[in-house]
Each structure stands twice: as C-alpha cells, then as structure tokens.
Design a protein around this ligand. Sequence first.
Ligand code: ADP
Ligand code: MG
Length: 306
Amino acid sequence: ATPVGLLTGSGRGAQLGILIKGPQVLEDTRTVDTILLDKTGTVTTGVLAVGSTTAFGPFDEQQVLRLAGAVEAASEHPVARAIAAAAKEAAHAGPGSAADDDSRLPNVDGFRSAPGGGVTGTVEGRLVLAGRSGWLRDNGIEPSPAQLEALAEAEAAGATAVWVAVDGVPAGIISLRDTVKEGSAAAVARLKDLGLRPILLTGDNAAVAAQVAAAVGIPPADVYAGVLPEGKVEAVRRLQAAGATVAMAGDGVNDAAALAQADLGIAMGSGTDVAIEAADLTVMGNDLAQVAQAIELSRRTLATIK
Ligand code: ADP
Ligand code: MG
C-alpha cells in the first residue's frame, strides 16, 4: 500500500509534507520511546563522492573503477550510484567523449545484487564483484594481509571502502565519502527533547558510523554498525523484546523489513519504493527534522482530539 493520508492535525501536516497511512499511526507515534536511524540517506545525504581508488594489479585504478562501475550501473544503491557516476566521468575524460554518453561503460551480464553486501555480474567476459569485504569473503574471496591493511587505512580515515574482485581475485578498493545532512544534528537534539533515544543503525563500517554518530550527537553505545539487512529487523525485535516502543527511519531496500517490524516505520520521501511501502509514515522532504516534526505534530494532534 502507498501512503493514503496527509498528517493534517493543524493543517500543517500537508505543508510539512508528511504522509501517513491511517489514523492508527497517530496512536503509535505517541508511545514511541526509541528511534533507530539508518545512516546512509537518512542521517547523511546518501550522495557519496568517490575519493581514491587503490589497485592491487594486474588492473590499474582506471580499469578497476571501470569494471566496478559497469556492474554498479545496474544498482540503485547510493554506493552504486556514486561508483557508476565516477566511472562514467572517468570514461568521459577520454578522447571524443560526450558528457551524456552512457555507452562508455561496458555492458553487464548476469547482474545480481545482494542487499547489504554488494553486486556481481560479468563484464567483458570477466566475473566482477563489488561490495563489503565480509561479503566478498562469503563468496570465497580472501584478501591478503597487505590488502586488508589498505582497507584498514581507508576505514580509519572514515571512508566507506568497497572491494572489487575480478575473476575471484581482489583487484582493488574504491573509497567513498558521504556527508551528514545539514539539519541532522539539530533533528537528533529535537528527538532527544521529545524523550526519544536515538540509535544509529548501519551496514557500513564502525569507523564511518562512529564519525557520523559523533557529528549528530549520538553516544558511542548507541551505534550499531556492520548490521546486515536481516540484522536491522533483529535490532528492532531485540529492542521491542526489551520493552521499547520502536520507531525506525530509513530509505533503502535494506531497511524495508525493519520499517515493517518497527512500531512506527518512517520512510524518507527520496527513498526506494519498497521502503515507502513498508513504512507507516513518509516524510516527503529528506530532512530528519521532519521526522521530529511528525512526532511532535502527531502528539499535539492527538492531545487536541482527546
Ligand atoms: P546502510 O545501512 O548504511 O544504508 P547497506 O546495508 O545498504 O548500508 O550496505 C552496507 C554496506 O554494504 C555498504 O556500506 C557497502 O559497503 C556494501 N554495499 C551495499 N550495496 C553495495 C553495492 N551496490 N556496491 C558495493 N557495496 C555495497
Ligand atoms: Mg539507507
């Protein structure tokens, strides 16, 4: 189902662009005491920038980016969009290129995506994998100690590191950077003022998660990093089992199950359709402040009704 109503408590819901699925949602927002915040695309912009690419040989940096970009072009994950865009841009820098020429990236066959893991496909006859190091391991690819060293360096610097493997061998690492949304810190403070405990939840590495948490005022104990999509649902269930009434704000395919499990699922309007369908409430802007506004407004609305 898609959102059916506007939160129109004081007529401000429509102005604020907050969509709710039904009146029951107002009841649920009232009792929420814990809020899980997905990192990528919810607390951060989700518009990542590719920094450096490290190549392990025999392919050079440019080739690693090109092969990874070809596979990522078939995915809508924020990491994928960034890598595909950087690969296209690098290809465009070549002779006789046009800025809007998508044909510069090779085709991919047998594309497959593993939410919270990475993507795979065949490019120019080579099997390419791009994703988290743990996911590459699950696929039987073992980085060498020197390669793991390169990963540790990238992650310590606060980057999201994506591994690229070609024909079963690690070929390189692509480092990406996200930006915390301008209003996120203020929004987190507001959620706290509303009596909620904010928890950062992400499939990304611990170093990146810690930096983002620090930037928005979430204590280290309330950072859950390296969490797979199935683990996100588990995190909601565990908190519920401990007596919490849980809201979850997210935008990705990987957040959908957790949004459905939460007492109050909140989707970012820019999020994937799957997330919006799973959520009880959608904030049309991408501002985390709207999440706080939605909770404030529904509480006030309910107080007026009662
Ligand atoms: P988040 O919880 O921050 O939204 P995800 O659960 O979607 O992140 O992904 C967790 C990690 O898995 C990412 O940080 C990235 O390392 C890896 N990953 C997911 N999708 C892709 C992809 N399409 N390409 C490369 N890596 C990916
Ligand atoms: Mg996300």
